[in-house]
Design a protein around this ligand. Structure first.
Ligand code: NAP
Length: 322
């Protein structure tokens, strides 16, 4: 039987690439845009599936792939995919939202605790020898007594809500529609921010959420409020955040994602009211492995091919992939 042709646009670890190659005829998309476009002109008509990571899939890209049936994405976020153009062509899109939600929620809660208990600066206080000289460290804030607003109650947002409810926090959420859950719903993000001590962003990046968190929402959160962004950088208007911090209109923020990452503005780098991490929400060995395996398994299932059996492969490359 001829193997289905898969376009590899996923920068997968080598062992996952080997798994794909064992099951499919794999074409590696060149990184250079001009070379990629020439490559698609030549080979696009054969492609039936895409293993995707960050490559931009727009209508023109899809037009070059008339036989495409499925996109299997390594990420949960699909902001690099024109979803409407994909779905209107009857092409399936699968992602790893169901696999990474727990670890991203763990990261969000860790960031929220680091932020409210000031762990990063407290660590520096001990290491720099200030404790014996200056005495007790300043007090933090109690997340257990906070109202926390979740912006986007999907897989990750729900996992965060579950964890923070166990801590005693009062949870509410904002999103495009009310869910069948026993958590107060807001149809206006500014009102949610006004009623919250902290908001945690877990919505997808889309035209509707680009700069959703602007100066007005930050103002509504207020000078004692905290912001946690584990979604995508451009959901926050970074300039508005910098201005609000400069005017003491926010208590602090924990940011795993940035508007122009990996570039982070100097004003954020030097502000000690912030906890900053380099887009590591899903970054555990176990979850990254499961995400990579899911890319292969999803394609195998779609094409009715038995998936790989032996997965005792090396994990070394996983830390470089998000
Ligand atoms: P999900 O299960 O699809 O949940 C997304 C939620 O956001 C849904 O409840 C959705 O509501 C809601 N939403 C959609 N449009 C919205 C809007 N305009 N305003 C507010 N909420 C909106 O996705 P997920 O797996 O939880 O992932 C969410 C996002 O997290 C991803 O898209 C990705 O960008 C980000 N992420 C980041 C990391 C990291 O490493 N930092 C890792 C994984 C994912 P409906 O159900 O009503 O549509």
């Amino acid at each position: 039987m001829t193997k289905p042709v898969i376009l590899n646009a996923a920068e997968l670890p080598e062992w996952t690439h080997a798994e794909l190659s064992a099951l499919f005829a794999v074409l590696d998309l060149p990184k250079d845009p001009a070379a990629a476009s020439a490559f698609l002109k030549e080979h696009g008509s054969e492609v039936r599936g895409i293993a995707l990571r960050k490559a931009r899939i727009d209508a023109a890209f899809l037009d070059a792939l008339p036989a495409l049936e499925i996109i299997s994405s390594y990420s949960a976020g699909l902001d690099n995919v024109d979803i409407e153009a994909t779905r209107s062509r009857g092409i399936r899109i699968e992602n790893t939202s169901h696999i990474l939600a727990e670890d991203v929620a763990n990261a969000a809660v860790g960031l929220a605790l680091a932020l409210t208990r000031d762990f990063v600066n407290a660590d520096a206080y001990v290491r720099s020898g200030q404790w014996p000289v200056r005495g007790h460290y300043r007090l933090g804030r109690s997340i257990s007594r906070m109202k926390v607003g979740v912006v986007g109650l999907g897989s990750i947002g729900s996992a965060i809500a579950k964890r923070l409810q166990a801590f005693g926090s009062k949870i509410a959420y904002f999103g495009p529609s009310r869910k069948a859950v026993d958590i107060p719903y807001y149809d206006d993000v500014s009102r949610l921010a006004r009623d919250s001590d902290m908001i945690i962003l877990t919505c997808p990046l889309s035209p509707a959420t680009h700069h959703l968190i602007d100066a007005a929402v930050i103002e509504a959160l207020g000078p004692n409020g905290f912001l946690v962004n584990i979604a995508r950088g451009p959901v926050v208007d970074e300039s508005a955040l910098i201005e609000a911090l400069a005017a003491d209109k926010l208590a602090g923020a924990a940011l795993d994602v940035f508007e122009h990452e990996p570039a982070v503005p100097e004003a954020l780098l030097r502000d000690h009211r912030l906890v900053l991490t380099p887009h590591i929400g899903s970054g555990t060995e176990e979850t990254r492995r499961a995400m990579a395996e899911n890319v292969v398994d999803t394609l195998a299932k779609h094409f009715g091919i038995e998936g790989p059996r032996d997965r005792a492969a090396s994990m070394k490359e996983l830390e470089t992939i998000d």
